[in-house]
Design a protein around this ligand. Structure first.
Ligand code: ADP
Ligand code: MG
Length: 267
């Protein structure tokens, strides 16, 4: 059998999910921040997470990236459990080194860009593929130039982050996330620290990724953007998923009072 027929014979559900969050509970003392969250993100899908401040959105992204460890439940990325391994049918914790390697396959774009201030734009983008031993420095710099072109910043390669606007810095951060060729990129309110006139250029870059088949999980309050790019919208409140579905259902015909209430405040 050729690879082609093999592929055609494999039902969609056999392809591992890009992200699988399974019944995750996270608490700090008595405070339940995530209270049984389950979520599946298919390869190439764009998932937008909405919810009021304090509802657990950032914590959910941090659990997916294993920056936080859930008290109950687990997360898999591209079919690989994060932070644990199966051993004789039971789950065991893995080494910090393995976690770092797993994390390098998940892109993360923060609200405040978090660029290295002492490195040029080019080296910000090239640093991780070199540090993880995946590329030589010249290879990483070639890739960085290509990715800077993709986010419209080819002419800023030699600049330092402080010389750029917030919108430009965030586009560098997106190029940096792409440099590790991640299976999924997580965005935590990527435009909420920006002046309003700079929001559009960052959303345009994210939209370009969305339409080119990159798997994205985006926390944002930009409901119009969610309607445009999301395959699935998830509404989180009080550490629980209140409802999820395609944007025309969750945003235009929300079934729950809490979703309606939230949307009436942000629209
Ligand atoms: P969101 O991103 O939706 O605004 P977060 O995930 O940041 O929400 O936080 C959810 C709740 O968890 C908040 O009430 C926050 O105060 C609490 N929280 C987050 N991180 C910690 C922490 N490290 N220790 C204690 N409480 C935390
Ligand atoms: Mg947050």
């Amino acid at each position: 059998m050729t690879a082609e027929t093999l592929k055609a014979d494999v039902p969609a559900e056999v392809v591992p999910a890009a992200v699988e969050v399974h019944d995750v509970h996270k608490w700090y003392g008595a405070h339940r921040v995530l209270d049984g969250v389950s979520l599946t993100v298919r390869p190439g899908e764009v998932t937008v997470i909405l919810g009021p401040s304090g509802s657990g959105k950032s914590t959910l992204l941090r659990v997916i990236n294993h920056l936080e460890k859930p008290e109950i439940g687990h997360v898999s990325v591209n079919g690989e459990p994060i932070g644990v391994r199966r051993h004789g049918g039971r789950l065991r914790e893995v080494s910090e080194r393995t976690i770092l390697s797993q994390r390098s396959r998940i892109g993360f774009v923060f609200q405040n860009f978090n660029l290295f201030p002492h490195l040029t734009v080019l080296d910000n983008v090239a640093a991780a593929p070199v540090a993880t031993g995946r590329l030589t420095k010249p290879q990483a710099q070639d890739l960085a130039r290509e990715l800077l072109g993709r986010v419209g910043l080819a002419d800023k390669a030699g600049a330092y982050p402080r010389q750029l606007s917030g919108g430009q810095q965030q586009r560098v951060a997106i190029a940096r996330a792409l440099a590790l060729r991640p299976g999924v990129i997580l965005f935590d309110e990527p435009t909420s620290a920006l002046d309003p006139e700079l929001v559009g250029e960052v959303l345009a870059v994210i939209k370009d990724l969305a339409t080119s088949g990159t798997t994205l999980v985006i926390v944002t309050h930009e409901v119009g953007f969610a309607r445009e790019v999301a395959d699935k919208v998830v509404f989180l409140d009080g550490g629980r998923i209140v409802e999820q579905g395609p944007p025309h259902e969750v945003l235009d015909k929300p079934r729950h009072e809490r979703t309606r209430d939230f949307l009436s405040k942000v629209l």
